[in-house]
Design a protein around this ligand. Structure first.
Ligand code: GDP
Length: 444
């Protein structure tokens, strides 16, 4: 599987840190050493690695992070954000020309998957965007290229314009675009020649086609399996042709990931699509954020962290931690906490967002009925302020009075007080950084 090694190593580095409650600058440094090695081993460009580690370290060692309630999660969030940024941040879509047809030029080295990808792209445009594409066979050098494109066209039932291999590629491109206009095609995808290596003749020909065809997009097709070479190829093509985007093929193979992580940073050009197989529908838009989450094995953890940040009142949460540490957490705080949890939505849904938890046995048993929390609240509100602050004074006679006041059976009052004492004990442990039994939640 693609990114397997990188994914495993990064996740191991993160998990090590997750187990600590508080983390120090030294912890961050140690983790960043591991992240650095993981990236280098995945064949990520060394300059990119250096810059990445520097940014993540600077952001992580910032005071707000290490002093925050969940420093390890904050650091993981930073790694994820920076990985996303490294791969281009936002998803990048296909640009269209102000006047139809939009011309897309496909360029790349031989064997990268250019011809196949031209077909996949035509298929994608038709299927996903309801477009009327046309393919143009302008690779006159590779013996089977024209025929290969024609076969693909037949399979997809998408027209292919060709003029054999005795006409110059520039002329083929020109005539192809004219034909597309006549037939009211809104996209023209030109499959150009590749070589085994970049050479001047190839670049001159491509520059000539570019000058004539005035393409809106020039997509460089690179083979993700070639790692650093893919990055070098992208750099050269970009210098000569000013490409507009990259399509990374063979991401279904066991690529280490270097190309996916370095191309954007080295060339400044976005990865627009990835090839995920030989079939003509195996093309997917590239989402940097999803790719980053996938590499970090995070499931929907990010949504969860963001949700918690949005919904939890930081100051209140801090007060709560302080109280837990001092062991002065009382029934007033209990109610507060219940309200905060209620604000986040149903607990079952929250738990499902934690990777590894969605299929956890017994999760379907956890049903928190909002009525239960309302009843618990009624019980707490029937306590005197003194009782709420000092749960230890809750004698049997006081409990009976509370049961009467809240209209709940005495057994329920007893159960709730017991539950309160247990949660208090557990939270007190957690506030000291003891997350025993919680590791599994993160799929470690
Ligand atoms: P070109 O020389 O750049 O035009 O390359 P081709 O389109 O002929 O592709 C070369 C080989 O790579 C063919 O066998 C394709 O089926 C294969 N290929 C292209 N894209 C992918 C991909 O995303 N995944 C896999 N597994 N194979 C691919």
């Amino acid at each position: 599987m693609a990114f397997e090694g990188l994914s495993e190593r990064l996740q191991a580095a993160m998990n090590k840190m997750r187990r600590k409650g508080k983390i120090s600058e030294a912890d961050v440094k140690e983790m960043m050493r591991e992240v650095r090695l993981a990236l280098l081993e995945a064949d990520v460009n060394f300059k990119v690695v250096k810059e990445f580690v520097k940014t993540v370290s600077e952001r992580s060692i910032g005071e707000e992070v290490l002093e925050s309630l969940s420093p390890s999660q904050q650091v993981i969030k930073i790694v994820n954000e920076e990985l996303t940024a490294l791969m281009g941040g936002e998803q990048s879509t296909i640009q269209t020309a102000p006047k139809s047809p939009t011309v897309i030029m496909m360029v790349g080295l031989q064997g990268a998957g250019k011809t196949t990808t031209a077909g996949k792209l035509a298929n994608y445009l038709r299927k996903n965007q309801n477009r009327r594409p046309m393919l143009v066979a302008a690779d006159i050098y590779r013996p089977a290229a024209i025929q290969q494109l024609e076969t693909i066209g037949e399979q997809l039932d998408i027209p292919v314009f060709s003029m054999g291999n005795q006409v110059s590629p520039v002329e083929i491109a020109q005539k192809g675009i004219e034909k597309a206009k006549e037939e009211h095609r809104d996209f023209v995808i030109i499959d150009t020649a590749g070589r085994l290596h970049i050479d001047e003749t190839l670049m001159t020909e491509l520059t000539d086609i570019k000058a004539l065809a005035n393409p809106t997009e020039i997509f460089l097709v690179v083979d993700a399996m070639t790692g650093q070479d893919a990055v070098n190829v992208a750099e050269s093509f970009n210098e000569q042709l000013d490409i507009t985007g990259v399509i990374l093929t063979k991401l279904d193979g066991d690529t280490r990931g270097g190309a996916a992580l370095s191309i954007r940073s080295v060339t400044g050009k976005p990865i627009k699509f990835t090839g995920q197989g030989e079939k003509l529908d195996a093309l997917e838009p590239f989402y940097p954020e999803r790719m980053a989450s996938r590499i970090l094995g995070m499931g929907d953890m990010l949504t969860l962290i963001e949700k918690a940040q949005l919904d939890f009142d930081e100051q209140k949460a801090e007060e709560m931690t302080k109280k837990l540490k001092e062991n002065s957490f009382d029934f007033n705080d209990f109610i507060d906490q219940m309200d905060q949890l209620n604000n986040m939505g149903p607990l079952e849904d929250i738990l499902k967002m934690i990777p590894g938890m969605s299929n956890a046995p017994g999760l379907d048993q956890i049903k928190i009925d909002p009525k239960d929390t309302a009843r618990m609240k009624a019980v707490v509100l029937s306590m005197t302020p003194q009782e709420r602050e000092n749960p230890d004074i809750l004698s049997q006679s006081r409990r009976r009075r509370i049961a009467r006041g809240s209209g709940r059976p005495i057994a329920e009052v007893n159960r709730m007080i017991k539950q309160f004492n247990e949660s208090k004990k557990m939270m007190n442990q957690m506030s000291k950084g003891n997350f025993n039994g919680m590791d599994n939640m993160f799929g470690s």
